[in-house]
Design a protein around this ligand. Structure first.
Ligand code: PLP
Length: 351
């Protein structure tokens, strides 16, 4: 037996557009005004591949990167050049300390306990303030219980809960954050995620932290026109068949043909993150031809109507409609879940 590894080409893949990624970051950086845009690359850059995303953005001038935990920090460590910085948003547990003190990444200190834990290291950190989301962060009224001058604080940050909406909570959080800054001797300040960038210059501070919009998501109309799609899921056709009137498709027969037409069965399913919200709603394309999803999405398979491209055959490739705002309205699934759910069976390739 040969020990040579035989390659098995993946029947489903993600095409990723590096030029669009870079242009999205540049546009968000411009819209951040005097602030410089960083990049949220947690959860493997929202499922797209953090190593490649950091590589492309760093080449374009992005210098601040945000991950959720230390496992993610470790994966990126070798990519982060001197002059760039990596922050760990979920803070530093006791269990993280051994790795954290050996790492060039900074914890985001989220509580007084974490502040005390980090104090003796003398290493840089960021500090998160709870300005009203009540997720992570130190409460305003607790800030006086610690001598913050004993920490080497780079960024003082907070996070907006409802930046995608026009609601009073945005101004409330801005006020709370601004009040907290008086107590915290940080070098820099940061409040806005992608949607927050669109709220205007009062929300920009020194550094913004877009995630979703880097990857093609738009949660506010102000961002339309500046954000391009970067991820294009592609599936190979495994089988083509002809339906007759009365023929049913898929689990629980959620589609029944009322005329003769061809369908194709694709090598993709909800286990790949193409979720059941797309059942009878999703669209695939071959060139310009529109191929609607028929019946329920299965775990590993999807049926599409190929009446508009009847020449399609086994091994041909088709592309899912995955423009995030549009795909979200088709499926009822949030733009965030649509990208972070794209699974590990895809081959990811950058163009
Ligand atoms: C995820 C996250 C971001 C990025 O948010 P988007 O809405 O994806 O732009 C920014 N800051 C913090 C603290 C986050 O957790």
């Amino acid at each position: 037996m040969s020990d040579k590894v035989i390659e098995i080409p993946s029947p489903a893949r993600l095409r990723l557009d590096s030029r669009a990624l870079v242009e999205n970051w540049q546009n968000l950086d411009k819209k951040s005004g005097r602030a410089k845009a960083g990049a949220a690359v947690k959860a493997n850059a929202y499922g797209l591949g953090a190593v490649e995303v950091v590589r492309h953005l760093q080449e374009s001038g992005c210098t601040d990167f945000f991950v959720a935990n230390w496992q993610e920090a470790r994966e990126l460590q070798a990519e982060i050049k001197s002059g760039s910085r990596l922050s760990v948003l979920n803070g530093v547990r006791q269990e993280d300390m051994a790795y954290a003190i050996s790492s060039a990444a900074k914890p985001v200190i989220n509580s007084l306990e974490q502040a005390r834990r980090w104090q003796s290291t003398g290493l840089p950190c960021d500090v998160m303030v709870n300005s009203g989301m009540n997720r992570l962060g130190v409460n305003l009224e607790d800030l006086s219980q610690f001598d913050w001058s004993t920490l080497d604080i780079d960024i003082v940050l907070s996070h907006l809960a409802s930046a995608d909406e026009d609601c009073p909570q945005n101004a409330d959080q801005l006020e709370q954050f601004t009040a907290a800054l008086k107590h915290l001797p940080g070098k820099r300040t940061s409040l806005s995620n992608s949607a927050g960038i669109a709220l205007g210059s009062a929300y920009h501070f020194d550094c913004t932290r877009p995630g979703l919009s880097l990857y093609g998501g738009q949660q506010r109309p102000e961002l339309a026109g500046s954000i391009q799609q970067i991820v294009f899921p592609e599936a190979q056709i495994l089988q083509v068949r002809m339906l007759k009137p009365g023929d049913k498709v898929g689990y629980n027969a959620n589609y029944t043909a009322d005329h003769d037409h061809p369908i194709a069965i694709l090598a993709m399913g909800y286990a790949d993150g193409y979720l059941c919200g797309f059942s009878n709603q999703g669209i695939f394309y071959h060139d310009e031809a529109k191929l609607p999803v028929l019946g329920r999405v299965s775990m590993d398979l999807i049926a599409v109507d190929i009446s508009n491209a009847p020449h399609l055959k086994e091994s041909d490739w088709v592309t899912a409609e995955y423009n995030l705002p549009l795909a979200s309205s088709l499926s009822g699934i949030s733009q965030y879940e649509l990208i972070t759910g794209l699974g590990n069976r895809y081959a990811r390739y950058w163009v």
